[in-house]
Design a binder for this molecule. Structure first.
Ligand code: TMP
Length: 211
């Protein structure tokens, strides 16, 4: 029997937008519809890719040059795609992924200043045409995002220690990409209450369930 491939849905946005919570709520919404989604994240998602995540997120004394950061993101992505995402999609499972390559264009591209065509070349080599079917961008003002991160408390990773200007560039990078790829992106105001955001996400997933 030929199983139709699953849908690949990604969630993006600057820190503090409630992305991780919304991924879990979306997964529950899909389960209620009788689906069995795989929930995963980048960088990470498999034991090996999570080790690369630790390398790239852990603050350390020695500088991690932007190009090394970029290559580590894509190394984790190769492992994740090969060992988890592609087999799940082939088996007909929906995959909900907390961040994917749009984060690379936003953080390493707009944030760190690496040229988009360099990132596109790696994307082509690593993904062999694989793109998300739908990308939910949880957008919010940087100041609000930073306030939420501060309220959460705890230890800050290498990115969370960046300055406001960095996140302003990242946010603008995401919004530009959403405009350029308007058919794939659904931009949602993450400053709204959790339930309102969840309802907007469910509405955009519904179209795919009906497909
Ligand atoms: P998270 O804390 O939302 O899981 O994301 C981890 C951090 O990794 C976040 O600050 C964004 C960053 N990141 C990149 O810079 N480039 C990427 O390609 C990905 C997937 C994440």
């Amino acid at each position: 029997m030929i199983v139709p491939p699953g849908k690949f849905i990604t969630f993006e946005g600057i820190e503090g937008g409630g992305k991780s919570t919304q991924v879990l709520l979306a997964a529950q919404w899909l389960r209620d519809k009788g689906l069995d989604p795989l929930v995963t994240r980048e960088p990470g998602g498999t034991a090996l890719a999570e080790k690369i995540r630790d390398l790239v997120l852990m603050p350390r004394d020695e500088m991690l040059p932007p190009m090394a950061e970029l290559l580590l993101m894509f190394s984790a992505r190769v492992v994740h795609l090969h060992n988890l995402i592609e087999p799940a999609l082939r088996a007909g499972r929906w995959v909900l992924c907390d961040r994917f390559t749009d984060a690379t264009f936003a953080y390493q591209g707009a944030g760190r200043g690496i040229a988009a065509d360099v990132i596109s070349k790696l994307e082509e080599m690593v993904q062999a045409g694989r793109q998300p079917d739908l990308t939910i961008l949880l957008d919010l003002p940087v100041e609000l995002g930073m306030q939420r991160v501060a309220q959460r408390g705890g230890h800050k990773d290498r990115f969370e220690r960046e300055r406001m200007e960095f996140f302003e560039r990242v946010r603008e990078g995401y919004l530009q990409r959403a405009r350029a790829k308007a058919r794939r992106f659904c931009v949602i105001d993450a400053g709204e209450p959790i339930t309102a955001v969840q309802t907007r996400i469910a509405a955009s997933l519904q179209a795919f369930v009906d497909d």
